[in-house]
Design a protein around this ligand. Structure first.
Ligand code: UD1
Ligand code: CA
Length: 461
């Protein structure tokens, strides 16, 4: 099948330098969402052939979608109407398949709602998505004859008073056999109130040619909502977030407040996960059985194993955390942080590109970067791995059962051998041997009879 995505419009009301269809909903550009949905309609044997009609901001849209491959673009240099947009892409459509028409600024359309349209088109009919609205103002109205057959669509600006009273509207989404689409679009004219080539006029042509028009409604009205302004973008964002929250709760996830969660990607949860308010999930996040996420955490491409607690205000990015661990409050796991089971990372501890083995702890104020830490290690408050010499990064290796005293600097590359203890305040520049105390510290002295300086009296004026 062909999927044509119209995305040439300017989006003036967004008041933005970014083309409208690149504005995100739930962290993903609207047109990218539509592309991903369209992809799901194809099969591996018979992938959907996607053509995006671009115009305003064409280069930016193509650049954004570039990484998806297998996409074709049709340029609509001037926006002369939806029919004209389709005409610009006709040559790129596979003739013997059906064509589905979607919109780059209608981001939340779902695959299940599209299937009936595609099925109708596959049977030689026109599949047209319509919706009944209490306030249909602004939309094209569906015209039906006495038998209830669809005979055409009239745009708001061309409609009579009686036609404007019709509450069944055109969503714009339709599917039909490609050869007929080509034939009908070739016959469009712009003799109407807006002087545009209306794609909607093909419905009357189909009726005249005796092609049945099958209508279907989306499962949810918001699937066919378009975005023309920042307000509409924000409305769809909330609708989509609540939809995702409801799906999670239906699976058994506890959300302390379903109105205060943001999922900008995919969140997979095992049983009895609990998520407090204000958390943001980005990319792909996987939470194991019984994981608890405290308030105001941000998790970006993270895996957390069963029974672990992520406490308030923690920020985790491209990290993995084992089972029964405790992270935070106020912890930061940066890319490449790989924590094993039962690890504890406390407040104001930053971990980057480091593996920390089972049951090791860094509970307060530390920087652990480019490090390999063994099991049951205790990292004292204020410990810093000095991984960067100004030009290159070096690794710190800390073996099992090491105890690192507070305020220690480990100047990498350096190794702390199994069972070693580092005294508080040590600046370690050479490897520390196993099972011994290593300490680098200026000798403590006391000066008897020493007096604090006193402030000199102000000179008299
Ligand atoms: C269109 C439908 C109307 C329907 C409404 C649903 C027509 C003539 N009317 O009206 O029946 O109720 O959508 O929202 O189709 N576009 C281009 N190139 C163009 C014109 C539009 O790519 O030359 C794209 C726009 O970027 C937008 C979409 O097509 O994504 C719809 O265009 P718009 O002008 O908003 O159509 P409406 O007047 O809303
Ligand atoms: Ca519109």
């Amino acid at each position: 099948m062909n999927v044509l995505i119209l995305a040439a419009g300017k989006g003036t009301r967004m008041k933005s330098a970014l083309p409208k269809v690149l504005h995100p909903v739930a962290g993903q550009a609207m047109v990218e969402r539509v592309v991903r949905t369209a992809r799901q309609l194809g099969t591996s044997k018979n992938p959907a052939h996607l053509v995006v009609v671009v115009g305003h901001g064409a280069a930016a849209v193509e650049q954004h979608l570039g990484s998806f491959g297998e996409l074709q673009y049709a340029l609509q240099a001037e926006q002369l109407g939806t029919g004209h947009a389709v005409r610009c892409a006709l040559q790129q459509l596979a003739d013997h398949a059906v064509t589905l028409i979607l919109y780059g600024d209608v981001p939340l359309i779902q695959v299940e709602s599209l299937k009936p349209l595609v099925d109708a088109a596959a049977q030689g009919q026109v599949g047209l998505m319509t919706l009944h609205m209490d306030n249909p103002s602004g939309y094209g109205r569906i015209l039906r004859d006495a038998q209830g057959q669809v005979v055409g669509i009239v745009e708001q600006k061309d409609a009579t008073e009686a036609q404007r009273a019709i509450t069944e509207i055109n969503t714009g989404i339709l599917a039909c056999p490609t050869a007929q689409l080509t034939h009908w679009v070739g016959q469009l004219n712009n003799q109407n109130a807006q002087g545009e080539y209306y794609l909607t006029d093909i419905i009357a042509m189909a009726h005249a040619d005796g092609v049945p028009i099958h209508t279907a409604q989306p499962a949810h009205a918001w699937e066919v909502s378009g975005v023309n302004s920042r307000q509409q973008q924000a409305e769809l964002e909330r609708i989509w977030q609540l939809h995702q929250a409801n799906a999670l709760m239906a699976q058994g996830v506890q959300l302390l407040d379903p109105a205060r969660i943001d999922i900008r990607g995919t969140l997979n949860c095992a049983g009895d996960v609990s998520i407090d308010v204000g958390c943001v999930f980005e990319g792909t996040v996987e939470l194991g059985e019984g994981v608890r996420i405290g308030p105001y955490c941000v998790l970006n491409n993270v895996r957390v194993a069963a029974g672990t607690r992520i406490e308030a205000y923690s920020h985790l990015q491209e990290a993995t955390v084992g089972a029964q661990a405790v992270i935070g409050p106020y912890a930061r796991l940066r890319p490449g942080a790989q924590l094993a089971d039962e690890v504890h990372i406390g407040n104001f501890v930053e971990v980057k590109n480091a593996t920390i083995a089972k049951a090791s702890k860094a509970n307060h104020l530390a920087y652990i970067g480019d490090a390999t830490i063994g099991e049951r290690v205790n990292v004292g408050a204020g410990t810093i791995t000095c991984n960067y010499d100004g030009a290159n990064k070096h690794r710190t290796i800390i073996e099992d059962d090491v105890f690192i005293g507070s305020d220690t600097q480990l100047v990498a590359p350096v190794t702390v051998k199994r069972g070693a203890t580092l005294g508080a305040g040590t600046t370690l520049t050479k490897d520390a041997p196993a099972d011994s105390l290593t300490v680098s510290r200026a000798k403590q002295v006391t000066i008897d009879g020493w007096k604090r300086p006193v402030k000199a009296p102000k000179p008299a004026k």
